[in-house]
Design a protein around this ligand. Sequence first.
Ligand SMILES: Cc1cc2nc3c(=O)[nH]c(=O)nc-3n(C[C@H](O)[C@H](O)[C@H](O)COP(=O)(O)OP(=O)(O)OC[C@H]3O[C@@H](n4cnc5c(N)ncnc54)[C@H](O)[C@@H]3O)c2cc1C
Ligand code: SF4
Ligand code: SF4
Length: 328
Amino acid sequence: MVHSLDAIVKNGLCIGCGLCASLAGHDRVEMRWTPEGRLRPITKTPPDRATLKLINRVCPGLHTEGMDRATAGEGATLDTAFGYAQGHWRGWAADPEVRFRAATGGVLTALAIYLLESKEVDFIAHVRSPDDAPLRNVPHVSVDRAGVLDGMGSRYGPVAPLLHLDAHLAKGRPFALVAKPCDVAAVRNLAKHDPRVGKHLKYLLSISCGGESELELTWRQMRRFPIEESELKLMRYRGHGCPGPTRFETKDGRELNANYNDMWADKRFWFLQFRCKVCVDPVGEQADVIAYDIWPGGSPTCRWSSTARSRAPRAARRWSRRPRAQAP
Ligand SMILES: Cc1cc2nc3c(=O)[nH]c(=O)nc-3n(C[C@H](O)[C@H](O)[C@H](O)COP(=O)(O)OP(=O)(O)OC[C@H]3O[C@@H](n4cnc5c(N)ncnc54)[C@H](O)[C@@H]3O)c2cc1C
Ligand code: SF4
Ligand code: SF4
């Protein structure tokens, strides 16, 4: 059975990666923002049957698998939580600027810069927050250190990192992708049908992922100040220290910082997309390198919001026993 894009979306399986739009063509399928602040494909002209079949095979809402032994390579061992892996290391960027400004020590940024400067790849496909609309994350291509630094940091709101994947593959040049585990799963799916992926996409870098929230998560924080989205000139979820503050800068010069944990203290307000609630691979088993958050003692010290305070200790204990133990 071949599912339409509308059916995938209506059943809550779409995470908004953008791959369907890339494969169908942007004139046929467009990624649009919904009123809740999700990114979803809108079919303008239905893709032909062959393309829709391919989308059904590669969409990460429909298929996500673990890394197979052959891809993991010799020496990989199987861990029940992490799948096949060559090893686990604790590390951070040696460059103090990258280490400070990045999300969690700058491992991904440092690796991306290394891949470019050592000429392993010609470009890095990742994401960034645009200057004119800081919440509306967009795909980003970097060819040098400055470009990579522009994309550094965690964006906890929606983004479609695979929106231009087909165009990247068509360039026929070596590149690396930095994206979430579901995006990586989509790319691994596509590799089974499109030989250009194995040929040109040399490195898949990913993050451990507790979920991608609707923009409502961020709007809720902004209402506390209050600030309107149209007033923003910069929005950073974390970084500039670890985890660093959640920071809003307005066009009229106001600088507002929130405690990182204010966003995550009460799980009722995470506004996670449904696909994240049924995610089978939040650790990025299929990536070449995955960077996790690292917290002294295993989780952040929460400054609980007043609404969450009464339930906080029990909720925190319950959460810390779960395998996905951290706030995203
Ligand atoms: C939505 C989300 C949820 C997360 N949840 C957890 C969690 O529960 N537990 C945990 O251990 N870690 C989580 N992380 C990972 C953590 O926040 C850091 O991203 C990770 O440790 C890498 O840190 P870094 O300093 O190496 O990254 P950096 O050097 O800052 O580089 C980050 C790279 O990721 C890219 N990127 C940022 N946001 C996105 C996005 N939404 N989609 C695709 N690419 C993106 C950037 O473009 C950049 O290239 C999450 C990250 C995100 C984006
Ligand atoms: S998850 Fe990605 S490929 Fe699947 S429908 Fe959503 S945007 Fe398209
Ligand atoms: S929790 Fe899973 S489905 Fe949701 S964004 Fe993260 S990797 Fe994708």
